[in-house]
Ligand binder design. Structure first.
Ligand code: GLN
Length: 233
C-alpha cells in the first residue's frame, strides 16, 4: 500500500498591481511572470497555495508578521531584507531607474531641485531616491501602488519617480506616458527573489528552489519570460 501525505497549503502574498510580474488578466485571474513561475513550481513540487494580493508594502509585512508564508512580488533581494527574510534562488535581474512624464523638460537629476518625486512605499526604488534626496534637493510623496503613482507623474502632481526598470519599461510599452531617463545604466542592479520569513517555512523555500531549478533546466522559465517580455532573460 502507498501512503499519500496531505499536500501542504501555503499562504502566498503578492503585489496586486505589478505588471508584467503580478497583475490580473481580463478574467480577474492573477497572472504574470511571478504567478506563472509560482503556479508551475507548486504543481511540480506538490504543494497548493492561497494567493493574497495586496500592496507591496503590506505584502512584505504580512510575511514578517507571520500572516503569510511566502511572497513573490518582483521583490528585490537586498542586504537589509536578508536580515528578516530568507530568499530563494534569484530569478530575475532588475535595476532601479528614474522616469519623468513624456515631454518633460527635466533632463538630469539636478533639474529635480524643489520638484516632487513620487515613490512607492517600502520599495528599493524609494530607498534609492531617499539616499540621493539631500544631494538633489527634491521633495517626496508616497503611494502604495504603481498605477496611482504613475498617474500622479502623468498628471503633473509629481515630476519624477524611481522604480524597477523592467516594470517601468513594460508600463510605458503599454501606454503610460512616462520616459525612462537611465535605461542603459540602471542604479543598483539586483535580482528578484521569492522570500519567506527568516528561519521559517524551510520546506516551502526548498520546494521553490527545487522547482525553480527544474523549470530553468527544461525551458519553462524561458518560455514564461518570453511570453511577457518577448526575449529570454
Ligand atoms: N523591486 C522593488 C522592491 O523590492 C519593488 C517591488 C514592488 O513594488 N512590487 O522593493
Amino acid at each position: 500500500t502507498t501512503v499519500s501525505a496531505a499536500k501542504p497549503n501555503y499562504i502566498i502574498t503578492t503585489d496586486a498591481t505589478y505588471p508584467p510580474f503580478d497583475f490580473q488578466d481580463s478574467n480577474n485571474q492573477y497572472t504574470g511572470i511571478d504567478q506563472e513561475i509560482l503556479k508551475t513550481i507548486a504543481k511540480r513540487e506538490g504543494f497548493t497555495y492561497t494567493l493574497k494580493p495586496m500592496s507591496f508594502n503590506a505584502a512584505t509585512q504580512s510575511v514578517t508578521s507571520g500572516q503569510a508564508d511566502g511572497i513573490i512580488a518582483g521583490m528585490s533581494i537586498t542586504d537589509e531584507r536578508k536580515e528578516v527574510f530568507d530568499f530563494g534562488t534569484p530569478y530575475y535581474k532588475s535595476g532601479i531607474a528614474w522616469a519623468v512624464k513624456k515631454g518633460s523638460n527635466i533632463k538630469s537629476l539636478s533639474d529635480l531641485k524643489g520638484k516632487t518625486v513620487a515613490l512607492k512605499t517600502g520599495t528599493a526604488g524609494a530607498d534609492y531616491a531617499l539616499s540621493i534626496q539631500k544631494q538633489y534637493g527634491f521633495k517626496v510623496t508616497y503611494f502604495n501602488d504603481s498605477d496611482t503613482l504613475y498617474n500622479d507623474v502623468v498628471n503633473d502632481n509629481a515630476q519624477a519617480t524611481f522604480g524597477d526598470l523592467p516594470v517601468l519599461q513594460y508600463s510605458i510599452k503599454n501606454g503610460t506616458k512616462l520616459k525612462v531617463m537611465n535605461a542603459k545604466s540602471p542604479y543598483e542592479s539586483g535580482w528578484y527573489g521569492f522570500a519567506v520569513k527568516k528561519g521559517q517555512n524551510k520546506q516551502l523555500l526548498a520546494s521553490f528552489n527545487k522547482g525553480y531549478a527544474a523549470i530553468k533546466k527544461d525551458g519553462t522559465y524561458d518560455k514564461i519570460i518570453k511570453k511577457y517580455l518577448g526575449a529570454p532573460a
